[in-house]
Ligand binder design. Structure first.
Ligand code: CDP
Length: 215
């Protein structure tokens, strides 16, 4: 089996940037599992399916027509790279992520990213559920303020509306939903390296993870 480095953590903890850079440095594949939940949510919305229709959404997720290419994400042939990053889609993703059948429907797709020479997997349950045999498990954390600041900058950069007060509220609600759900709740995997990124740069986090992996 090809090696997996799992990087889990709460929303806007810096996982995406860090995991992507670690993958690049090692020449590994990169799995943004959150994007799969976002794509599933977007697909449900486009099909006019309510976000609690578990079976219908799971049926969509199982055959999700998505493609990742050169930093772009496609859903049924449409470039949805920016559309999936909207906060409303993040919130919708976090709602469908509590549905056990939806999580189950996405397992196979996630596992298929494990290819030579290795994989960096970013998400909530990479080290606990999807790749329990990951060779290096990392759990990134950061204060709510640091995370809200990061998310604010990301959204503004993309030209999306953002409001600090709403973001802090969104983050707290999403944290609560991620941690309280019965299926794959957000928690550090046994043996995971805990890394608080509130006061370090993404590159410092990348460096720490790479040294850990090398040791
Ligand atoms: O970027 P952000 O951290 O806001 O979210 P994301 O990683 O793109 O994931 C969107 C939502 O999908 C999260 O709020 C989680 O509820 C859910 N998710 C999950 O349940 N399990 C994963 N492995 C990845 C994401």
């Amino acid at each position: 089996q090809f090696p997996v480095i799992s990087i889990d953590g709460p929303t806007a903890s810096g996982k995406g940037t860090v995991a992507h850079r670690v993958a690049k440095q090692l020449g590994f594949h990169y799995l943004d599992s959150g994007a799969l939940y976002r794509l599933t949510a977007l697909s449900a919305i486009r099909h006019g399916i309510d976000l609690w229709e578990e079976q219908q959404i799971a049926d969509l997720a199982r055959v999700l027509p998505c493609r990742f290419e050169k930093g772009h994400v496609f859903l049924a042939g449409d470039d949805v790279t920016d559309a999936v990053r909207q906060e409303a889609i993040g919130v919708a993703a976090s709602k469908i992520a509590v549905l056990p059948l939806v999580r189950k429907a996405l397992v196979e797709l996630q596992v298929s990213f494990r290819q030579a020479p290795g994989l960096v997997a970013d998400g909530r349950d990479m080290g606990t559920v999807i790749f329990p045999d990951a060779i290096q498990k990392v759990f990134l954390t950061a204060s709510v303020e640091a995370r809200a600041n990061r998310r604010y900058k990301q959204l503004i950069e993309k030209g999306f509306p953002a409001n600090m007060e709403d973001l802090v509220k969104d983050l707290a609600e999403r944290d609560a939903r991620d941690m309280a759900r019965t299926e794959a709740p957000l928690k550090p995997a046994p043996g995971a390296f805990l890394l608080d990124t509130s006061h370090i740069t993404a590159n410092e986090a990348v460096h720490q993870i790479l040294s850990l992996y090398a040791s």
